[in-house]
Design a protein around this ligand. Structure first.
Ligand code: FES
Length: 196
């Protein structure tokens, strides 16, 4: 015959397990729900940002942060622009048919104004940060290297328009974010409401 004290102990243990599970659910679900509430900082990070490019000389590049990601703004020289067509045959997607970019940028030089390139500094392979390598013919990239961007993680190469070379791990060109200009000196990353 069942001992009433055993029964009570077993029930107590079952109840404890249920409560513990319930408490676990509360503790795990609360941060989950909370994660859907964007913080003020997150909202701020999603807002368009104005960038003064008046002091970015031809050949120079700056980095800005938009939505928590680095965005590279390169002022291309005439010589840099000339190099774009030279490497076309070496690229995986020279006309940016498979790559993410707004419809209003030119498919080849990938920008609104030819001289101002705006691309995200996020490699399309696994998300490392490509570094600018504007030096021509360096020993580590070969004498044919005309300048561009290089991802140090697995060796992906991109040209001076962020277009990816064939035969590297990255599948597509660097992404061009939405952007526009308020005037000749002020670029707005994240908004298409200015002059495009
Ligand atoms: S993350 Fe850039 S090559 Fe792999």
């Amino acid at each position: 015959m069942k001992d009433i004290s055993d029964f009570t102990r077993r029930d107590f243990l079952s109840l404890s397990a249920a409560l513990t599970g319930g408490a676990g659910l509360v503790f795990t679900s609360t941060p989950f729900v909370a994660s859907f509430k964007p913080s003020a900082r997150a909202l701020a990070l999603g807002s368009p940002i104005e960038v003064d490019i008046s002091k970015v000389e031809p050949g120079a590049m700056i980095k800005v942060e938009w939505r928590g990601r680095a965005v590279m703004v390169l002022h291309r020289t005439e010589e840099m622009l000339t190099k774009l067509s030279i490497v076309d045959s070496l690229l995986a997607d020279p006309d940016s048919q498979q790559s993410e970019q707004p419809t209003y940028v030119d498919s080849n030089h990938r920008s609104i104004k030819p001289e101002i390139l705006v691309v995200e500094a996020v490699c399309t392979h696994l998300g490392c940060v490509p570094i600018p390598r504007f030096d021509v013919g360096p020993s580590d990239l070969g004498s044919e290297w005309p300048g561009g961007f290089y991802c140090p993680c697995h060796g992906s190469k991109f040209d001076l328009a962020g277009r990816v070379y064939s035969g590297v791990p990255a599948p597509t060109n660097l992404k061009v974010p939405p952007y526009s200009f308020i005037d000749n000196n002020i670029l707005v990353v994240g908004s298409e409401e200015g002059l495009v």
